[in-house]
Design a protein around this ligand. Structure first.
Ligand code: N01
Length: 545
């Protein structure tokens, strides 16, 4: 039977509220707090998992940790940050789960959350001006506003491999790893996929496993994490600067505490350029990606310089020449930084060890699974005890297309988005009055620090709803023209960059048959905020009644 860690009326068969939020991760929790505690509305959350935390509730695969340093990766809410300290610069999922317990203590969220509650259908009735939301276990909710805060990774991706279910050992998708863990000690482990997830699983399991074999289709151009422990004292001493950090992160391209420098790659001579790359490298983290020359993601020749430096540094860490050429080829497999680089700790040294291996599945794709292992196109069978599928997600759009969201005429969003994605401001859709979403399609999402993104978008949604309420309005709906214009802007911004030239989930390229288009807003936070704030002024692009 489903377990409900919360309690009270939220479990009634029929629920009525002003705002129903789907998802209790960073986004949903923020919105509930603001709309309930500051605007004074009756707000509830439906959450499919049994705890707060969203992606951090689902992801407990070995090595799962965040690639953004704290305190940038947390809420700017003073009541939350004031008494909270971390043990590491890049905390793991356990610590992030504890953070959500702290959030609960400070903000009292759970009393308004219905856990183990999966939404399977929603439609707005233009007459009564209410949404009806249905859940998998047969309950309904009626609300004036519906907000989808389901994140960009709500739908897992299982490639269509022959024999996948024949494997007799343990096989788990990264985002559905057993909460009790998997004992890899002395076991032969396969990791399929080298996204952020695959790198972390491989690096962590290699500590105990007999062997780790990584199936790589595209090399991950990883950056050194330079993890370090944090003391309580240094964090307490730094708290005076937090408001400034949180103000600053709204002004940077990706919502971090640093930004690109006002210089292009070839403004510096070779010697100064190498020196600058060395500095970024020594600092570790995403600086090499997000705090370098401002033409990194725009100019192919500039990008080559970044790749070459990366390859020089990384190749020097791998002694085995075959592995070196697969993991860090001399020639760039794609423009550096147009796929998400992982932060690694000792990934390359670990892969270099004799017991571990990398299989280049671009050359020899996986053809089938057997009871004992994985066969590649060269006919070779490799046997394993445990297989980790780190094959990612139908990212950004997959979740919203998979929750039975119907427009006013009864057409599913999946149908409307079949050949391309249409939103206004990456937060609303034509045909879906009084519906908002965040951290999804055509917002800063994948090009941003999550907490920054949900606060920027969350504040906008809160302001939109509060204004509607104050002025006695009943409905808000984006116009079709506004969607067309937004689509054009999202495309134009992306076309100026190197992103469209790379096969990545940013472009929808990881899912067979998915339309190829930019799924994220590539203009940075300052421009994004300006566009959104303009729209609030006189409801530009909306019909409000
Ligand atoms: O998923 P991914 P993820 N045959 O889609 C491969 C965030 N995140 O779970 O690159 C063979 O990135 C696929 O290959 P290719 C972060 O934003 C953050 O790792 O398409 N291989 C790829 O290597 C991240 O970007 C954190 O050629 C196949 C891998 O599977 C996002 O979540 C940690 C295949 C999928 O990588 C998603 O990351 C984890 C096939 N048929 C995640 N199909 C931190 O902050 C797919 N692949 C640390």
């Amino acid at each position: 039977a489903p377990m409900h860690p919360g309690e009270n009326s939220t479990y009634a068969k029929e629920l009525e509220c002003d705002v129903l939020i789907v998802g209790a991760g960073f986004g949903g929790v923020y919105l509930l707090h603001k709309l309930r505690d500051e605007v004074g509305l009756n707000v509830k959350i439906f959450e499919a998992a049994n705890e707060l935390g969203g992606v951090w509730r689902w992801n407990c695969y070995p090595g799962a940790r965040v690639d953004t340093q704290v305190p940038v990766y947390e809420y700017s809410i003073e009541k939350v940050w004031k008494d909270w300290t971390w043990t590491q610069k890049y905390p793991d999922f356990n610590e992030l789960r504890n953070y959500f317990h702290h959030v609960e203590k400070q903000l009292d969220i759970k009393k308004d959350v219905s856990f183990n509650t999966r939404v399977i259908g929603s439609q707005f009735d233009s007459e009564s001006k209410t949404w009806t939301v249905k859940t998998e276990d047969g309950r309904t909710a009626k609300c004036k506003y519906l907000i989808n805060a389901i994140g960009f990774a709500a739908k897992r991706h299982f490639p269509d491999w022959k024999g996948l279910t024949d494997f007799k050992g343990e096989l788990h998708h990264s985002s559905f790893w057993p909460d009790s863990g998997v004992d890899v000690k002395g076991k032969r482990v396969a990791v399929i996929g080298t996204g952020s997830t695959g790198i972390q699983i491989a690096q962590e399991t290699a500590k105990d496993a007999a062997s780790v074999t990584v199936f790589q289709r595209t090399p991950n151009l990883c950056l050194p994490m330079r993890q370090r422990d944090l003391t309580k004292e240094e964090q307490q001493n730094a708290k005076a600067e937090y408001p400034e950090i949180y103000r600053k992160r709204l002004t940077t391209f990706a919502g971090f505490s640093y930004d690109y420098i006002e210089k292009n790659t070839f403004d510096d001579n070779e010697e100064d350029r190498q020196k600058f790359f060395e500095e970024l490298w020594a600092e570790g983290g995403f600086r090499y990606w997000l705090a370098g020359y401002k033409d990194l993601l725009f100019d192919a020749k500039a990008n080559d310089q970044a790749y070459n430096f990366w390859a020089k540094k990384t190749r020097a860490r791998i002694a085995d020449p075959r592995k070196r050429d697969i993991l860090a080829p001399l020639k760039a497999p794609h423009a550096w930084g147009t796929k998400r680089p992982s932060l690694e700790q000792n990934f390359y040294e670990m892969m270099d060890r004799a017991e571990n291996d990398v299989v280049n599945v671009k050359e020899t794709p996986i053809t089938e699974f057997t009871e004992t292992g994985i066969v590649t196109s060269d006919g070779k069978l490799r046997e394993f005890d445990i297989i980790a599928l780190a094959t990612g997600f139908d990212s950004v759009t997959g979740g919203m297309k998979n929750m039975g969201l119907k427009d006013t005429e009864g057409k599913d969003l999946a149908e409307r988005w079949k050949n391309g994605t249409w939103t206004y401001l990456g937060m609303t859709c034509h045909g879906f009055p009084n519906m908002f979403f965040l951290y999804g399609a055509q917002g800063p999402t994948a090009f941003s620090n999550g907490p920054t993104c949900v606060e920027v978008q969350g504040d906008w949604i809160v302001d939109a709803i509060a204004t509607m309420q104050k002025t006695g309005k009943q409905t808000i709906e984006a116009t079709k023209d506004a969607e067309t214009e937004w689509h054009k802007l999202v495309t134009e911004l992306s076309d100026k960059t190197l992103f469209p030239g790379t096969e990545s989930w940013y472009m929808g390229a990881n899912i067979p048959g998915k339309p190829r288009e930019q799924l994220n807003f590539a203009g940075g936070f300052p421009l994004y905020e300006k566009e959104c704030r303009n729209a609030l002024d006189g409801w530009k692009g909306f019909v409000v009644t």
